[in-house]
Design a binder for this molecule. Structure first.
Ligand code: IMP
Length: 206
């Protein structure tokens, strides 16, 4: 991977303050200073890619070109095997304008029942995350992570967000919504993608 100078400024291509904070914490040990696309007043591009990686790339490239600095973006979602991978890249959209994920989880469940997906094996799903690091000239690297499991019903647990209350990660009998957030963050799709990014940053700065 192309080298990033110590102390380099990086744009986090997100307008979500929680996400920016999380990425900032991760970059600090490498001496990078992160600024968000929101702080720089950069517009949000249309995410019309067909995959998580394409959408992460669209966001990272738009921010890198807009700011003239390297930029990092992520895209993530829940993929359900019996639904052909849906909601997938449309995971946020299934929550509607109100970001109502109780409704989105119910919609997933209705579709699973219509597909007669009534055993854990037929209710397999995974969360996926793609991270893209792009430079202003368009060069980019992608890092991807997944966590596999299956869906349960009804939803369980008040922790986490989005589809967490219906997702049982492999080898566990509690949902991400019931799990200690630190434990979730140690095994999540996002954590796995970040681990790959961190390994590449370490190699590039050594
Ligand atoms: P985006 O990556 O911000 O475009 O949105 C991804 C959407 O996928 C979120 O709105 C959530 O509904 C869902 N999602 C992504 N990661 C997780 C997770 O760790 N737990 C629950 N839902 C998630």
């Amino acid at each position: 991977m192309r080298r990033l100078e110590q102390g380099a400024k990086l744009v986090v291509a997100s307008h979500n303050p929680g996400k920016v904070r999380e990425i900032n914490d991760l970059l600090r040990p490498f001496g990078f200073r992160a600024v968000s696309a929101g702080e720089l007043g950069l517009p949000e591009p249309v995410e019309d890619g067909a995959t998580f990686a394409e959408n992460a790339l669209i966001k990272a490239r738009a921010a890198a070109q807009g700011a003239g600095l390297p930029a990092l973006a992520d895209d993530s979602g829940l993929c359900v095997d019996a639904l052909g991978g849906e909601p997938g890249i449309h995971s946020a959209r299934w929550g509607g304008p109100e970001k109502d994920f109780v409704m989105a989880m119910r919609l997933v469940e209705e579709k699973l029942q219509a597909a007669h997906a009534d055993t854990p094996d037929r209710r397999k799903a995974h969360f996926a995350c793609a991270l893209a690091l792009a430079w202003p000239d368009g060069e980019a690297e992608i890092f991807e992570g997944r966590v596999h499991g299956h869906l349960t019903w009804p939803p369980r647990g008040e922790r986490g967000f989005g589809y967490d209350p219906v997702f049982l990660p492999e080898g566990h009998d509690i949902t991400f919504g019931e799990m200690d957030p630190e434990k979730k963050h140690a095994m999540s799709h996002r954590a796995r993608a970040f681990e790959k990014l961190v390994a590449a940053l370490r190699e590039a700065s050594s």
